[in-house]
Design a protein. Structure first.
Length: 290
């Protein structure tokens, strides 16, 4: 067991819930592999306590953070600065201490693109359907828009929230972004031209639920990607595979965004193979993309 000393730098993940997170296992394995004097801990923070928690983070000199549900958007006004990507996305999943300043970053966006690229998906000129409009969905939507997707359809139970995200993205130069209710995922017309369908909702965390999607209406080449991951295919992934579509869960995105955050905190190249091996125990149960 590695020793925790007065010199040890602390990295924490803030979320609610957070006890299921595999990020501590991944990052502590990486710190050990590179003999870095860091430790990574999980801290449960209720939404109404986020401001107080951030004051504590400052006072204690915590070196960096991961931020997960439900804090990715709420944390923005509590930071001293944002990377250009985090500002454009409107969500933060990694924070770096720079002297006395806490600066927010978003590694979800690049992590997502790297994950789907490994599956052979290239966004340029394609049509994507996103289910959800929260912090993770904002990152996925922005990354696809930046990568040249031709058409993006954002579906959410709260249509106002989906519309707000669509408006923000259109303002950045992509006019073919639509918003609508989550029920539209069951429409043949919506799914008929999809090259990619991404579940950015929390449906599937219980291992039983999934968004209702007209999988059979999607072209045979359509990729279905679930930001939820687990030991067995999620219900979303299972439904797509039963219809003969390629489908994967969010484990690779989790790994890729973690590697990018690791580099931000330490300035070192992340030992991705070590982190992947440490992630393996997460297959015991279904988890979110953090």
């Amino acid at each position: 067991m590695r020793r925790i000393r007065g010199t040890t730098r602390v990295i924490a993940i803030l979320g609610d819930p957070v006890e299921h997170s595999r990020s501590p296992a991944m990052h502590n394995a990486a710190f050990a592999a590179l003999d870095l004097d860091y430790v990574y801990v999980a801290l449960r923070v209720h939404p109404e306590e986020l401001s107080a928690a951030m004051a504590g983070i400052r006072a204690l000199g915590v070196a960096g953070l991961n931020v997960t549900v439900p804090h990715k958007e709420a944390i923005l006004p509590l930071l001293d600065g944002l990377s250009s990507a985090a500002r454009a996305i409107g969500a933060v999943n990694a924070v770096v201490r720079e002297g006395t300043r806490l600066v927010g970053h978003n590694t979800d966006a690049e992590g997502f693109l790297r994950a789907v690229a490994r599956l052979g998906f290239r966004p340029r000129g394609k049509t994507a359907v996103l289910l959800g409009a929260g912090g993770s969905a904002r990152a996925v939507a922005w990354s696809l828009s930046q990568a040249g997707v031709a058409r993006l359809v954002i579906l959410n139970r709260d249509v106002v929230r989906a519309s707000a995200l669509a408006v923000a993205l259109r303002a950045r130069g992509n006019p073919r972004i639509e918003a609508g209710p989550l029920d539209r995922a069951r429409d043949v017309e919506t799914m008929g031209g999809a090259d990619l369908v991404v579940n950015c909702t929390s449906l599937g965390l219980d291992g039983r639920s999934a968004p209702r999607v007209a999988v059979g209406a999607a072209p045979s080449h359509c990729l279905f990607y679930d930001l939820v991951y687990g030991p067995r295919p999620t219900p979303f992934v299972t439904a797509a595979r039963r219809r003969g579509r390629t489908a994967e869960n969010g484990e690779r995105m989790l790994l890729e965004q973690a590697g990018l955050a690791f580099r931000l905190w330490t300035g070192r190249r992340p030992p991705i193979d070590v982190m992947a091996k440490a992630l393996a125990p997460s297959r015991r149960s279904v988890r979110s993309s953090r």
